[in-house]
Design a protein around this ligand. Sequence first.
Ligand code: SF4
Length: 376
Amino acid sequence: VCPTAALTEVNHTPKVWDALNNPDKHVIVQVAPAIRVAIGEMFGMEPGTIATGKLAAALRRMGFDAVYDTDFAADLTIMEEASEFVHRIKHGGKLPMLTSCCPAWVQFIEHQFPDMLDIPSTCKSPHIMFGSITKTYYAEKMGIAPENIVVVSVMPCIAKKAEAKRPELSHDENANVDIVVTTREIAAMMKECGIDFPNLEDEDFDKIMGESTGASVIFGTTGGVIEAAVRTAYEWLTGEELKQVEFTQLRGLEGIRQGTVKIGDMDVKIGIAHGLGNARKLLECIRDGHCEFQAIEIMACPGGCVGGGGQPYHHGHMEIIKKRQEAIYQEDRNKAKRKSHENEEVLRLYKEYLGEPYGEKAHHLLHTHYSPKERI
Ligand code: SF4
């Protein structure tokens, strides 16, 4: 990955057009949390404009058979990740637990810190979880053969193109996600279609896997994944309602941050880093025994996915990233539900298909493993 966008993406838009033009294929698109606060810039809108409804409308006009939100799968990720965290706390598992949804840092730890591969969460990233559920639960529910489904991920990220090809993230040797395009690529495709993005009426995502909470939206910015996990872990560990859901001590744009969250009798120490130079410092500090944390979040790009390598170019202007980050927090505040374990469609998925969070079926479909890679 190249967070500064000195390298650009391999163009995968022809593959998407081929899928959309193939009448035998059922083509599903999902969009990551950070896209909605950045894509407007490709159409002359101000940085930080929230364009969630226009995004759904534009994708539908492009001809996708179903238009979904990766936020649904971000809530699903929290169900698994918070379960894993609670399990590690209660059963003396390895701490700190590191979030695992950024494929660039997963590659980084596999290459650079192969002795620390027991600390990342085993959760697949949200868009890969979405693909896995689409080709099993959704396929069964809709009566469509999985081999006729094409999952297209719209990501703020170049690294997710390589991630989708990892054999560890396939299911029965079939890729969970077939094609990944960036924010820039999907905007170029919308322009090719002549879509007047700024003037579209807002539309909703499709049902079954389209509901999301505020916790899932904040995945789009540094500190958001761990804050979302804390919202759920707090209620599961204490059995009490969490009234103040915003953990401001975990927010900001400093490269390395730390905060302590009180969960019942426990003081949970949390470390956050964005940018791989900062990630290295944080991991070395943990390995050398100088830093003690129970949970860590690392994102490779400045600001997290809002500043991703596939987003509209920000040319290093942190004020653009800040506006996108503010829009992410506003979108969280706009949501009626702000905790992942309150997502009704996710709860139905467990009831009808997966069983218990962190259970056997969930492990099979939603978790992965890591292995040391040769240092480059
Ligand atoms: Fe991709 Fe960057 Fe987000 Fe990591 S932080 S998932 S590399 S966009």
